[in-house]
Design a protein around this ligand. Structure first.
Ligand code: SF4
Length: 230
């Protein structure tokens, strides 16, 4: 039986890849994701392809093309050694295995001046705030507390004048992005992507902070599972 796309034809978007060359000069490549080969190809490849029907041109350049590709070839495996292992690993690996467990937290009473000092000495972008029962109640972020110096040198941030004298509970975001201990890596990645954040706190069922997972932890883990030494 023929693949449906062979009979009907399909429309594919054409993408623009620009490279700045200096002095306002730019090199442009037009590319298409070919469904037959599962690769991105230059438009020149399509122009000489027997399956091309037509290219739709707009004022800004080629917009889309219609073609009748052959049945798609299966995607090449990402690598012989780990290909059969990656899907189950993704499904079953929990954030607990990747997260950093050394997390520095602060109490609700910590003053802005102390927090500023903390951010100046530690390379962190935010600290979890805990109540007296050690449960997470919010996060104070470096960006909210500090402002860059007049010279805008990021290494010498200063406490924002309006924050002086305040305490952590007044400065914090009371709705930080968190995941529960036991959450799988894909679930945590989805949470980070949806919330547009680069890290999430991992909390226990009791609401205590047990770790922090960053997008870089996930990226590094994927690379290592693919046998890269990073
Ligand atoms: S025209 Fe040919 S090379 Fe281009 S996308 Fe279609 S099948 Fe692939």
């Amino acid at each position: 039986m023929k693949d449906l796309r062979e009979m009907r034809g399909i429309t594919l978007p054409i993408h623009r890849v620009s490279t700045g060359l200096g002095e306002g000069e730019e090199a442009v490549r037009w590319t298409v994701k070919c469904p037959a080969t599962q690769h991105v190809v230059d438009l020149g490849t399509c122009e000489s392809c027997p399956h091309l029907e037509r290219i739709q041109e707009e004022a800004t350049g080629p917009e889309s093309l219609q073609c009748h590709p052959e049945a798609p070839r299966p995607s090449p495996p990402p690598g012989e050694a780990y290909a059969p292992l990656l899907p189950p690993l993704l499904e079953h690996t929990r954030v607990d295995e990747l997260m950093t467990q050394d997390v520095y937290c602060v109490s609700e009473e910590m003053r802005a001046e102390e927090l500023a000092e903390l951010f100046a000495t530690r390379k962190v972008s935010g600290v979890p705030v805990l109540d007296e029962d050690e449960r997470l109640v919010g996060v104070v972020s470096r960006a909210d507390l500090l402002r860059a110096s007049d010279e805008e040198e990021e290494d010498t941030p200063r406490l924002h004048p309006e924050r002086a004298g305040a305490v952590a509970s007044e400065l914090m975001n009371p709705s930080p992005v968190v995941v529960r201990e036991g959450t799988t890596v894909p679930q945590a990645a989805a949470v980070m992507a949806a919330a547009r954040v680069h890290r999430v706190l991992v909390v226990s069922a009791e609401g205590t902070v047990v770790g922090v997972l960053s997008a870089m932890d996930v990226v590094r883990w994927v690379a290592r599972k693919a046998c890269y030494a990073v």
